[in-house]
Write a protein of this length. Structure first.
Length: 489
């Protein structure tokens, strides 16, 4: 029987159990000792492929051999996002409960497309979305659906806005209907998902208006009003405004209540991109961030950023989610099975995907393991570390803060040289040198046309000691780069 199982490509139960135990020990060791690893490889493109067999496997390989290649090639070839000194992008780390939940999800391997195909997956998704809605202080008429990332969530929100502005686009499309040119407005700090969404729904990236921002990198309301008025004079049709809570570079927050007022005046769809920053709502002292959210038509949050759910998990909420269902529901004949009374939600009807992963399980496990209080305590710690890092910067006259510290993101600049272009070069090289060291990982961005360094805090493994290690490294490498650049003007 065992040989027959191997012939058919599976593993005998007792052997599988042994492998699971070995893998569990490896995962625990990886998690415990991750700080000792190099964060990212310096390999050239193609280096991973060069170490692996190019020919597709014809015969079965034992798991020990496969896993040896995982340790030899794969693990050294990734950027270790869970490393406590990985301070790049937004926190996209995981937790021990999250890892366990992913293992359960993998074992179940259900398709959560309809209630019938996975009753627990459907009802658990409904439950965790309502938990999150309560934490975000959204009214009861907001309902949600889970996608993979905010890019997909935003695309679905904009598609729903398009259907409202141009009814029957679902059936007839946009061409040959004498429709106006549609316009979408967002800030110059907004995420590229807005443009990708415009591309995907047929609006076009050139019809995304990037509104300038103020000194705090918030959308300039006067310019927004001017752009809308100008477009109306040209007989363009304002479709949507995308306001951001936690912009990618600085974690700035657009003035949502005032933007909502403008949207109401002109009957424009308001979508809030809270992919990163909306998680701040779990802190009672940060409830200010939710002001105006109840006036939105849609809002997205990525719990795989600030709320410690393993990647990927994005939640889109809409007021009257039936608009989303009416746009996307399309049931093929092989799914025309009669569901029991009360099984009204088939989440496949709320987007372009038919097959859907059981993502809700990991949110349910993590949020139960932490509770809102535990999640909030972790977020507070990341805010404390961000403010502490900002204080260190202010105490060193060679550095300056480049943006207000709103969340677990700090943008800063090394500024000893007199020439701004030279300062840009120095700051870029500092980030390159730090990342090449394998001991820390930062990003750089452009603010007001100038290159700045950026750290993002969101890892549950990051402590004040790790942050101090990175700060000391930044100071040391900044001096070295400064001397080298100034010696070779």
């Amino acid at each position: 029987m065992k040989d027959r199982q191997r012939e058919l490509g599976d593993t005998p139960p007792e052997e599988f159990r042994k492998q699971l135990h070995e893998l569990a020990d490896w995962i625990a060791d990886y998690r415990e000792n991750i700080s000792e690893r190099r964060i990212s490889p310096n390999d050239e493109p193609g280096a991973i492929l060069a170490q692996l067999h190019a020919a597709a496997p014809e015969t079965a390989a034992p798991f020990d051999e496969i896993f040896a290649d995982v340790e030899r090639v794969i693990v050294p070839g990734v950027a270790h996002w869970a490393h406590p000194q990985f301070m790049s992008y937004f926190g996209c780390t995981t937790t021990s409960p999250g890892i366990l939940a992913e293992m359960i999800t993998g074992a179940l391997n259900v398709n959560a497309m309809t209630w019938r195909t996975a009753p627990a997956a459907t009802e658990l998704e409904t439950l965790v979305l309502d938990w999150l809605r309560q934490w975000l202080h959204l009214p009861d008429d907001f309902m949600g659906v889970v996608y993979d990332t905010a890019s997909i969530s935003t695309m679905h929100a904009l598609a729903t806005a398009r259907e409202q502005a141009a009814p029957s686009t679902r059936k007839l499309g946009l061409s040959g209907r004498n429709l106006p040119t549609f316009r979408i407005y967002t800030s110059d700090q907004a995420h590229s998902s807005v443009e990708k969404g415009a591309i995907a729904i047929g609006i076009g990236e050139d019809n995304v208006e990037h509104v300038p921002t103020d000194a705090e990198f918030r959308m300039d309301l006067s310019v927004l009003r001017e752009r809308i008025a100008s477009d109306l004079r040209k007989n363009f049709k304002p479709l949507a405004v995308v306001a951001t809570v936690g912009t990618t570079s600085t974690a700035s927050v657009d003035p949502i209540p005032e933007i909502a007022q403008i949207c109401r005046e002109h009957k424009i769809w308001l979508h809030i991109d809270g992919a990163y920053g909306a998680g701040l709502a779990l802190l009672p002292e940060c409830k200010w961030v939710t002001t105006g959210w109840s006036e939105a038509d849609s809002i997205v949050i990525n719990p795989h950023k600030m709320l410690f759910v393993p990647f990927d998990f994005s939640a889109l909420y809409l007021r009257d989610i039936g608009r989303l269902r009416r746009l996307f529901t399309l049931v093929p004949e092989y799914l025309h099975l009669r569901d029991p009374v009360g099984a009204e939600i088939n989440y496949m009807d709320y987007g372009v995907q038919l097959g859907r992963r059981f993502r809700a399980l990991k949110a349910w496990v993590v949020w139960r393991a932490f509770g809102r209080e535990g999640l909030a305590a972790r977020i507070r710690e990341h805010l404390r570390l961000a403010k502490l890092f900002a204080r260190w910067l202010r105490d060193d006259e060679r550095f300056e803060l480049s943006a207000p510290v709103m969340m677990g993101v700090v943008c800063f600049r090394f500024k000893t040289a007199d020439d701004e272009s030279k300062i840009d070069i120095i700051n870029g090289k500092i980030v390159e040198r730090i990342n090449a060291s394998g001991r820390a990982y930062l990003t750089q961005t452009k603010l007001h046309g100038r290159t700045v360094m950026r750290i993002g805090l969101g890892n549950v493994l990051t402590t004040e000691e790790h942050l101090l290690n990175v700060w000391e490294m930044i100071q040391l490498i900044a001096d070295e780069v400064d001397r080298a650049v100034c010696a070779h003007p």
